[in-house]
Write a protein that binds this ligand. Structure first.
Ligand code: PGA
Length: 257
């Protein structure tokens, strides 16, 4: 089965609602009538409502950067799945390295969030990836195994089939140093092997695995050609119209030709 490539933008804590709406309309002008990969925007929560009103006629989906696992309640500063859904969210990033390392989210928290997202029929984008010291000490596989095994507790085969995974080595995020295609290929293969191991070889080969970490127009061509890469999760370059639209075209060309 050919998986439609995915280009997801993680805007982190950038762009006001007005800037978000402007970006989408400009991007739409640039890509009008062109065939595109699946494009997912994950803006800050404050932009979701207005961006959703804009994208209804466009071939673009919305994702959130985070969610809280409780349904509702006294959780100051958190956001629920039903709030996100009412803003048109179809995807939620779970376990991003900035959540893990700045906000101390554990694999257990990630797991609870994954359950909440899936129970709401929304697609989680589960991020996994090793730190530089893990890579240098030869522990990449162990870290990926830990994040997947503990993150996927109670997630059955049907549920995993509805997920997206993003391999994002922490040392490549926002640093301008992307992982080499050989490292990406190896890590994506490891993720796939781990999934097969965890699910007794019993999962379909249609779980998209994205790469994220300093993806830019000038490295996206070789990265998208890398075996096992089904698309990108992009931070910095997704904030720039010119760079982001170039990456979209590069991804499209690779898969459609
Ligand atoms: P970057 O971020 O493209 O700026 O490295 C990727 C991410 O954090 O998802």
């Amino acid at each position: 089965m050919i998986k439609k490539p995915i280009v997801a933008a993680n805007w982190k804590m950038y762009k006001t609602p007005q800037e978000g709406v402007f970006f989408i309309s400009e991007l739409n002008n640039l890509l009008l009538d062109k065939e595109k990969p699946s494009i997912i925007f994950c803006p800050p929560f404050t932009s979701l409502f207005h961006m959703n009103e804009m994208i209804s006629d466009l071939d673009i989906s919305l994702g959130a950067q985070n969610v809280y696992f409780e349904k509702d309640g006294a959780f100051t500063g958190e956001i629920s799945m039903s709030m996100l859904k009412s803003c048109g969210v179809q995807y939620v990033i779970v376990g991003h390295s900035e959540r893990r390392h700045i906000f101390n989210e554990s694999n257990k928290d990630t797991n609870k969030k994954l359950h909440t997202v899936l129970e709401n029929d929304i697609v989680p984008i589960l991020c996994v990836g090793e730190k530089l010291e893990d890579r240098e000490s030869g522990n990449t596989r162990m870290i990926l195994m830990e994040q997947l095994k503990d993150g996927l507790v109670g997630i059955n085969k049907d549920m995993i089939d509805r997920m997206i995974i993003a391999y994002e080595p922490v040392w490549a995020i926002g640093t301008g140093v992307n992982a080499l295609p050989s490292q990406v290929e190896e890590s994506h293969a490891m993720i796939w092997e781990i999934l097969l191991e965890l699910y007794d070889n019993n999962i379909k080969n249609n779980i998209p695995i994205l790469y994220g970490g300093s993806v830019k127009p000038d490295n996206s061509e070789e990265l998208i050609r890398t075996k096992g890469v089904d698309g990108f999760l992009i931070g910095g370059a997704s904030l720039n119209l010119d760079m982001f639209s170039k990456i979209i075209e590069i991804v499209h060309n690779k898969f459609m030709r």
